[in-house]
Design a protein around this ligand. Structure first.
Ligand code: DGL
Length: 262
């Protein structure tokens, strides 16, 4: 047993979708979350830049004595999960990647993956598709503009519909039966996406699989928590009063986001 917290990081508030799934499954685990708003978005940055920030965020979390780290960001995971594990071998580090394998198993033959431009263009994503969906028609779609809606707490409305309509065109929607959400910000847009694509297309995200993986690793390492009152701390690398409101809207609870000067 170990009541130390689980650490999470993302470029912004998107990773809260993963935090939400983990803490729903493991309510006795305390958590520390940090969003790197000072460097948001990661999607347009170089691998080196993203790795450098990730290393700083991991150090911040380790200083808070976390027992496990979730890289709650597809982009940061793809940019360097092996590097983070090599640099910090004493703490289990779990990443998030788009659930291409699951989509390939469930699809009749054609599906779409929505992610940041970095993830969409990455060698990793292309290999994932080649390995697990060699016969499927996969629309690997970079969506650089979706993230800012979530960061502003805007989860539905005309602007989002317009943006989604440009990505998920009628031609694509006619062919696909699954949409994979390959960015941790997008599960917060699930309702807006559903309204555009109708009820027949399945929408898959990685949150549930990550939560179950966290549970397995905690058990395997004999470090599950049993806190009677789990605590949840939230940090951002910028000082901004509206972040607490946005995080509260996303998580549907009162949240206080503190400033971390890193
Ligand atoms: N939530 C991040 C992801 O899953 C967004 C990265 C970004 O800042 O562009 O990829």
């Amino acid at each position: 047993m170990d009541n130390s917290p689980i650490g999470f990081f993302d470029s912004g508030v998107g990773g809260l979708s993963v935090y939400q799934r983990v803490s729903a499954l493991l309510p006795h685990e305390s958590t520390v979350y940090i969003g790197d708003h000072a460097f948001l978005p990661y999607g347009g940055k170089t691998r080196r830049r993203i790795q450098a920030r990730a290393v700083k965020l991991i150090r911040f979390l380790l200083a808070r004595h976390v027992k496990l780290i979730v890289v709650a960001c597809n982009t940061a995971t793809i940019a360097g999960i092996d590097t983070y594990r090599r640099l910090f071998p004493d703490v289990p580090i779990i990443g998030v990647v788009p659930v291409v394998k699951t989509a390939a198993q469930l699809s009749a033959g054609s599906f779409a993956v929505l992610s940041t431009s970095f993830t969409a263009q990455s060698r990793y994503q292309k290999l994932l598709i080649r390995k697990f969906a060699p016969r499927a028609q996969v629309y690997n779609l970079g969506c650089p503009n979706l993230l800012s809606f979530v960061e502003n707490g805007i989860l539905q409305g005309k602007q989002i519909d317009r943006e989604l309509g440009q990505i998920l065109t009628p031609r694509i929607l006619k062919k696909i039966d699954i949409i994979v959400l390959g960015c941790t910000h997008y599960p917060f847009l699930q309702k807006a996406i559903r309204a555009i694509v109708g009820s027949k297309i399945r929408i898959l995200d990685s949150g549930g699989a990550v939560a179950r993986h966290v549970e397995r690793i905690l058990t395997h390492n004999d470090i599950p928590g049993h806190a009677k009152r789990a605590t949840h701390e939230f940090y951002s690398t910028i000082e901004n009063d509206t972040l607490s409101r946005v995080a509260g809207t996303l998580l549907k609870k009162k949240v206080r986001v503190q400033y971390a000067d890193i």
